[in-house]
Design a protein around this ligand. Structure first.
Ligand code: NAX
Length: 367
């Protein structure tokens, strides 16, 4: 029965000559995906002349529900959307994909320790990393959104044989946008007047939204907002806690803003960063110029040269406040890495089966 496939016959429309790009979305039945899929189908990611195929991946229990989403996508009659596949086996659904949004993850339940969450979700990213390594397009770009996204991304890089870890990114764009919006509000200027807002480290409550290098109307933010106490004691914690405050108000976690950030983040990978601008991107820390430990997925000030060629921008001066915050978030990521680095062993203990590298593909993937 699965994977279900739907395809729209290719017309002879001369504006549609570009080859199909395949976009995978995990967690496709969840709330972020519900805000994302229709925007992808309408061409917001790749442009109005780029035909696409959507590969929608869910846990087996949710695949039936995906059929409703397929119907809604059909009902949008978007001419760019040429094909939809749904299913739960990443080895099938990641086949030939050029872009992958890894959104699917289990939320932290009550009584669940951080360690349990890391283990629960880590298993999914072991298998998804392997599947991407086996069947995705060799130039696939992978954006990990599902939490804990930095460490999930790190896990996926370790299992994606045949792909470079430089093809994997974790999303800190929502944090960057939150910080940008808050600075604009405080300074009483339009969003377009704010630039170079960087969030360092982890997508967690220890992230470091950087006000030192942010600019307002081209001037350092600290020259426009001179109240350093506000920057350190209000701005930083407000950005760090924004996700929790949204949950408290809405009863659910950020979805529309997360989908928006996911589109912007993937666009930042695909297209070059405009001259003079910086983006936040959590990438492999190896060789970084800021003395952060190697082999972490850490958010840095970056530029993109396009096609996933992302470089860390060197030379930003760090004061003692920033340094101290960076060392805390670095420690957190090292701890997370330590908790999951024996994941195969823990999976065997928890699930009573051999390491995933040995076991056959499970049809109950993701449960
Ligand atoms: P939902 O619970 O609405 O949807 C998640 C979906 O993922 C569910 O339908 C579930 O069945 C599916 N899923 C679980 N395991 C899967 C697997 N192995 N393969 C495929 N699908 C799987 O959550 P939603 O609000 O959409 O959030 C998704 C993830 O994004 C969560 O981990 C959330 O914490 C994270 N977020 C990350 C953000 C970021 O900036 N990096 C911000 C927003 C969000 O909090």
């Amino acid at each position: 029965m699965y994977p279900f496939e739907w395809s729209h016959p290719v017309t002879k429309d001369s504006s549609m000559v570009k080859p199909l790009k395949r976009i995978a979305v995990t967690g496709a039945g969840g709330q972020i995906a519900y805000s994302l899929l229709f925007r992808l189908a309408s061409g917001e990611l790749l442009g109005k002349d780029q035909p696409i195929a959507l590969h929608l991946i869910e846990i087996p229990e949710m695949v039936e529900a995906l059929k409703g989403i397929v119907m809604e996508l059909e009902d949008c009659a978007d001419p760019l959307l040429r094909e939809i596949r749904i299913g739960s086996d990443p080895y099938e659904l990641f086949g030939g994909v050029h872009y992958a949004f890894l959104i699917g993850a289990t939320p932290r339940g009550s009584g669940m320790e951080r360690k349990d969450l890391l283990l629960e979700n880590g298993v999914k990213f072991v298998e998804q990393g392997k599947a991407l390594g086996e069947v995705a397009s060799r130039d696939v770009l992978v954006l990990v959104v599902g939490n804990p996204c930095n460490t999930n991304c790190w896990i996926a890089t370790k299992h994606a044989k045949g792909l470079s870890p430089r093809q994997f990114f974790a999303m800190t764009r929502l944090d960057q946008n939150r910080a940008k919006s808050l600075l604009a509000k405080k300074a009483g200027v339009g969003i377009q007047e704010i630039s170079n807002v960087i969030v360092w480290g982890n997508h967690s409550a220890l992230q470091m939204p950087d006000f030192l290098h942010a600019k307002i109307r081209g001037k350092p933010a600290t020259e426009v907002i001179t109240d350093r106490a506000w920057l350190e004691q209000k701005f930083v914690p407000e950005v760090e806690q924004r996700g929790a405050v949204v949950i408290a108000a809405r009863g659910r976690s950020s979805a529309g803003s997360a989908a928006h950030a996911a589109i912007e983040a993937m666009q930042s990978l695909i297209f070059p960063t405009p001259a003079g601008s910086l983006i936040s991107m959590a990438i492999l820390s190896d060789g970084n110029p800021y003395g952060i430990a190697q082999d972490l997925i850490f958010s840095f000030p970056c530029i993109s040269r396009g096609n996933g060629q992302v470089e860390i921008v060197p030379g930003l001066e760090l004061d003692s406040f920033l340094r101290e915050k960076l060392s805390l978030v670095e420690k957190e990521l090292i701890e997370e890495r330590g908790l999951v680095s024996h994941l195969n062993l823990q999976i065997r203990e928890k699930h009573g089966r051999g390491p995933l590298s040995d076991h056959k593909r499970s049809p109950r993937y993701g449960t």
